[in-house]
Ligand binder design. Structure first.
Ligand code: XMP
Length: 512
């Protein structure tokens, strides 16, 4: 495996992805915890990420001594290059202007990183983003590529297998970057590149068995892909020592609850408790219209219901969750202050401590698309695995203002038509998430010869890589007119449909 030491770059996660795409397992550890991760993982190579600090500053982050002196192959990127140079006896200068964006490097010499990829004398596009730069190489290093702004764009010390670059190979704007990283992992570190989902599945099953022993595990199903994949994997490991609990808050989409129950009871024969708590949730939501009040009520009630069910089942000491890697990466923050809460995310986070349970989180190392790949590996149906994300608070945050059963039903109908048309048009997989929002606004219309005064429905569809940023999806041709006509004709209570073109930021994907 490869350990990635995070110095706080915005794109450190991409390094992990590129390494795994090369078929090599990798984990990220923040620089101040890197020594522990190093001892635990026993990696065969190290990648040092970029970061916002300046090595010239006294208190800037350093490469831990254990790692620097390990004798393992290392790849330094941007700040990583500067830290290596500084700590190995070279000199880094504070930049006056910096260099940002597209640049071209000239290959001056050969080295293991360029094997089968770059020839001497060739020129390649890379993506630079740095203020400081290396002014004097540390002993043992030689330059192997240069750019107009960076004479030491790539440096190498073949004897110690240490390589470093000023630019970012992990971003797509460095077209050959993934291959450079792959060369580091395979040629320099000598890793075989055979890490796969089948191997991950087998390793995790062994790990779950070792952790759980004869114990009992409870898994909360949300209807989403992550918790379903976690549950199926755990069931494969420990069979009926697992019980799943599906708290149905009545805020699911059309047919969703039946699908989950059918999949678990019918397809997999996994013990499942289906709690119908629609009335409890809708009664509690009555009178609430503030988005945060709605989110907090749903989150707290979800925990109450889940806890009561877990007590009824009794004897479980483990709680399973479908937590993913982006949720657990301990990000390196240089701002120090707490970030602003945009939305209170709904999860069962408070539960393990409150119930004194231990956590089983088999997906902690995976990214969303890797979870989907694991789901397919486990035989989950493609339509289930490929589903768009759905928020924990469900339709409640897609009905601005007060939530009622009637409004949920109207939204469910319209949403189902929208998604059906998206699937018919073959667009479902091109979209990150698509849904309808029922607005608390009524407008005047005319149907037949009669006046109508009904609700407005907004349609939303976005493309995104990780949900952190998003763009409105551009539907082709007359798609939106077709959906609009169907919704107004088929859904009583809606007489006007709009399309939301807001990107994120400044918008968020959900409306509340
Ligand atoms: P926003 O609306 O913040 O959403 O742009 C980003 C992604 O997260 C989903 N989302 C949630 N998922 N619990 C979840 O599990 C929540 O409380 C929650 N709120 C938003 C949203 O659907 C989008 O995919």
């Amino acid at each position: 495996s490869i350990l990635i030491v995070d110095f706080g770059s915005q794109v450190t996660q991409l390094i992990a992805r590129r390494v795994r795409e090369a078929g090599v397992y990798s984990e990220i550890a923040p620089f101040h915890h890197a020594a522990e991760a190093f001892a635990r993982m026993r990696p065969k190579g190290i990648i040092l990420s970029g970061g916002p600090a300046s090595v010239v500053d006294e208190d800037s982050p350093r490469i831990p001594a254990e790692i620097l002196e390990s004798g393992l192959p290392m790849l330094g990127i941007c700040y990583g290059q500067q830290a290596l140079t500084h700590q190995l006896g070279g000199r880094v200068e504070r930049g006056v202007s910096g260099e940002f964006g597209e640049a071209f490097v000239e290959v001056d010499d050969t080295c293991a990183l360029f094997d089968g990829l770059w020839e001497q004398g060739s020129r390649h596009q890379v993506w630079m983003s740095h203020g400081d730069h290396v002014a004097e190489l540390a002993p043992g290093f030689r330059p192997v590529a240069s750019s107009r702004g960076a004479p030491f764009a790539i440096i190498a010390d073949d004897a110690r297998a240490i390589y470093a670059m000023q630019f970012h190979p992990e971003v797509v704007h460095t077209p050959d970057g993934a291959k450079l990283i792959c060369n580091f992992a395979r040629h320099v570190c000598g890793l075989s590149g055979d890490w796969s989902m089948a191997e991950f599945r087998a390793a995790k099953i062994a790990e779950i068995r070792a952790q759980v022993g004869n114990g009992r595990v409870i898994c909360g199903l949300s209807g989403g892909v992550d918790s379903a994949v976690a549950a199926v994997l755990i069931h494969e490991a420990i069979g009926d020592q697992l019980t799943c609990v599906f708290v149905d808050h009545g805020l699911m989409r059309s047919g969703e609850a039946d699908e989950v129950v059918g999949l678990f009871r019918g397809h997999y024969n996994i013990p499942l408790v289906h709690v119908n708590a629609e009335t409890l949730f809708l009664n509690g939501l009555a009178g609430l219209s503030d988005p945060e009040a709605k989110r907090k009520f749903i989150g707290a009630t979800f925990i109450d219901v889940f806890e009561a069910e877990a007590k009824k089942i009794g004897g479980a000491e483990f709680l399973a969750q479908g937590t993913l890697y982006p949720d657990v990466i301990e990000s390196v923050s240089f701002t120090g202050g707490p970030s602003v809460t945009i939305k209170s995310h709904h999860n069962v986070g408070g539960l393990p401590a409150r119930m004194n349970m231990k956590l089983v989180e088999p997906l902690r190392e995976l990214f969303k698309d890797e979870v989907r790949a694991l789901g397919r590996e486990l035989g989950l149906p493609d339509v289930f695995v490929g589903r768009h994300p759905f928020p924990g608070p469900g339709l409640a945050i897609r009905i601005p203002g007060e939530v009622t059963k009637e409004r949920c039903d109207v939204l469910r109908k319209a949403d189902a038509i929208y998604l059906e048309e998206i699937r018919l048009a073959g667009l479902y997989d091109a979209i990150w998430q698509a849904f309808a929002v029922l607005l608390p606004v009524r407008t005047v219309g005319v149907m037949g010869d009669a006046r109508t005064y009904d609700s407005v429905l907004a349609l939303r569809a976005v493309t995104s890589v990780d949900g952190m940023t998003a763009q409105a999806f551009q539907f082709p041709g007359d798609f939106l007119s077709r959906v609009t006509t169907r919704i107004i004709n088929e859904v009583r209570g809606v007489n006007r449909v709009t399309y939301d073109y807001t990107s994120k930021p400044p918008g968020t994907i959900e409306w509340e």
